[in-house]
Design a protein around this ligand. Structure first.
Ligand code: ATP
Length: 244
């Protein structure tokens, strides 16, 4: 087995244990966008079943945002060929978010509708766990997005209960960076399904990503240090709030 296979599996195992993400008997809905991370997550969670002494069920859910039929059709073929239980939701959320009637940022509206659909479908499928494919870089980018554009120190968490614990969102790729996930996804021959969203490539997030990547190129410890810093907050060395 190549280094990258072992390394990504090790990091997923570490996240699952450290953050208590999966228990015996769980029914896990895996949200699959068609991007490399969520496809990899689905594969790794299934493969993990062969190595661990517990059992859990997996069901893939894809929300087709209505831009183009082709990506969802390709995903459906992938799920069928690989024998994954799955549900494809055909929606117009992407189109609605980009229509002139929408006065807010298209990404906000689309993400809100998509998330509500994922939560609703997970509940319908009797899944108390919803797994998302966010990787370590997504955690870091969200942290910086919140600082720069929402004036708050907040990010994402690997395990997040909702509705009094009736649904728990988990992010098992929390410790895997985007580059490692991409390398393994290519090695495993996972399909590359282009995101047809017109705003996907020129969002504020891409600006933050470029900035961070230039820091990572200068010093390879920066990514790990930032991730570590998110859970090592030294409150005494932060100013008190200006109001309240
Ligand atoms: N259309 C969708 N249908 C189902 N799940 C989705 C969809 N879009 C996003 N998700 C979930 O939310 C996570 C984060 O979304 P994001 O938009 O960052 O994904 P991406 O970068 O397009 O794809 P990926 O994270 O799979 O590489 C995805 O990993 C996936 O779990």
């Amino acid at each position: 087995m190549a280094y990258i296979d072992q390394e990504v599996r090790r990091l997923v195992g570490k996240a699952v244990h450290r953050y208590g993400l999966i228990q015996d008997g769980d029914r896990i809905a895996v949200a699959v966008s068609g991007g490399k991370d969520s496809l990899l997550l689905l594969r790794l969670l299934r493969e993990r079943l062969r190595r661990v002494p517990i059992h859990y069920d997996l069901i893939a859910i894809h929300v087709d945002l209505g831009f183009d039929l082709e990506p969802a059709d390709r995903l459906q073929r992938f799920f069928q060929e690989e024998g994954f239980d799955h549900r494809i939701l055909r929606t117009d959320y992407g189109l609605r978010a980009h229509s002139p009637e929408n006065r807010e940022n298209p990404c906000f509206l689309c993400a809100r509708l998509r998330r509500a659909a994922l939560f609703r479908t997970a509940r319908e499928l009797k899944c108390a766990t919803l797994a998302l494919g966010h990787n370590q870089d997504d955690f870091i980018e969200t942290f910086f997005m919140n600082i720069c554009y929402s004036a708050q120190t907040a990010g994402m968490v690997p395990r997040q209960p909702f509705f009094g614990g009736r649904l728990t969102v988990i992010r098992p790729l929390a410790l895997v960076d985007s580059e490692k996930a991409g390398r393994l996804a290519r090695r495993l021959g996972l399909p590359r399904i282009e995101n047809p969203c017109p705003t996907a490539k020129n969002s504020r997030r891409s600006e933050i990503r470029k900035l961070l990547q230039s820091l990572y190129r200068q010093n390879r410890k920066v990514r790990g240090n930032i991730f570590h810093a998110m859970s090592h907050v030294n409150q005494e060395y932060l100013p008190p709030p200006l109001k309240g």
